[in-house]
Design a binder for this molecule. Structure first.
Ligand code: 2P0
Length: 329
């Protein structure tokens, strides 16, 4: 009862921010993302009678405080498979965890696939995204390849809130996301508590929900038609709307630092010079610059030279979660 899976991180073009059901992790709005080629987490899960308790080792360190509810998720899978065996979980990411990159997305996607396989559950992709979603919302999108939509669904039981690919990774392989890392320190407000505060206190949350369908439609069509200007403009606008919600939450959640603003200015300058690129920012200060392959090198070079940028990582569209043969233990 042992299996290993690999899953990639993802970055949203239309963001998920707010839950209508916290227990089942049901969002108020649908979201769209790109799965990032090469930013991956590998996770091995074994259920066995030889283990007296569950253990989790992430990047070589035993986890003492299970803040993300990994063991809750394992218990959910044990209940589904009707097994009692304790587990050993070993997980490794090839990118800095807590750098504002969605390590919980690749982590929960790899964990769910590996654990279900180890528990001998046979799930199709849709059901795997539904189960993964209950561990962490954005992780449901990392199960699928290329450009992905996670439907908010309307049902109370969450059975229609799942993720699926809009197009596969080869549909638009010129699309690039360059992540500019400006800090490696952990954020003070987690996405989970931040979005709950926004739903409860932000006066503009209603407006976010009223305008989201248009953003989703523009991005969905833009991806299908490979319309970079439309996808870039809409993604940038949607990101700014989400940060406007965060800033007007009580108490305010301000993830930006001067380095964040430096990169925003840089992107706007590039556009003025005729080099098309756009930015998006998640729940942290790092900035993701979107461009096409033909401009990737030029933009990356200048971006890397900015004072506040520690490191850049370039990604195209990537694979969904997969089972692999090589176990971590
Ligand atoms: C997103 N984020 O769509 C948005 C943009 C952060 C900003 O999804 O509570 O870690 O585990 O469902 O998935 C981060 O939220 O939150 C997130 P939970 P999650 O990528």
């Amino acid at each position: 009862m042992k299996a290993t899976a690999i899953a990639n991180a993802n970055i949203a073009l239309v963001k998920y921010w707010g839950k209508r059901d916290k227990k089942l992790v049901l969002p108020y709005n649908s979201s769209i993302s790109m799965t990032l080629d090469g930013l991956s987490t590998v996770t091995t899960v074994e259920f066995s009678k030889k283990y007296e308790k569950d253990s989790i080792i992430i990047n070589g360190k035993e986890l003492v405080k299970d803040e993300k509810g990994i063991l809750n998720h394992i218990e959910r899978i044990r209940n589904l498979a009707n097994i009692k065996e304790k587990s050993k979980i070993v997980s490794k990411s090839n990118f800095p965890i807590a750098a504002g990159l969605a390590s919980s997305a690749s982590g929960f996607a790899a964990l769910t696939l590996a654990a279900t396989k180890a528990a001998k559950l046979e799930l199709n992709e849709k059901d795997l995204t539904i189960l993964t979603r209950q561990g962490s919302g954005s992780a449901s999108r990392s199960v699928c390849e290329g450009f992905v939509e996670w439907y908010k669904g309307d049902k109370d039981d969450g059975s229609d809130s799942y993720a699926e690919s809009i197009v596969n990774k080869n549909h638009w392989n010129e699309f690039r996301m360059i992540t500019a890392i400006v800090t490696k320190t952990e954020k003070k407000v987690s996405s989970r508590s931040g979005m709950a505060q926004t739903v409860n206190t932000c006066p503009y949350y209603k407006c976010w929900l009223e305008t989201i369908d248009r953003d989703l439609e523009l991005i969905r069509n833009g991806i299908k038609n490979r319309d970079f200007s439309s996808v870039g403009q809409t993604a940038e606008y949607n990101c700014l709307k989400m940060h406007a919600l965060m800033i007007t939450t009580k108490p305010p959640i301000i993830y930006w630092t001067p380095a964040t603003m430096e990169i925003i200015d840089f992107v706007r300058e590039q556009r003025e010079e005729g080099i098309e690129c756009y930015f998006t920012i998640d729940a942290g200060p790092n900035v993701i610059v979107m461009c096409l392959k033909k401009n990737e090198k030029k933009i990356n070079k200048k971006l890397s030279e900015l004072g506040g940028v520690m490191k850049t990582i370039i990604c195209g569209p990537g694979d969904g979660a997969k089972i692999i043969d090589k176990h971590l233990f």
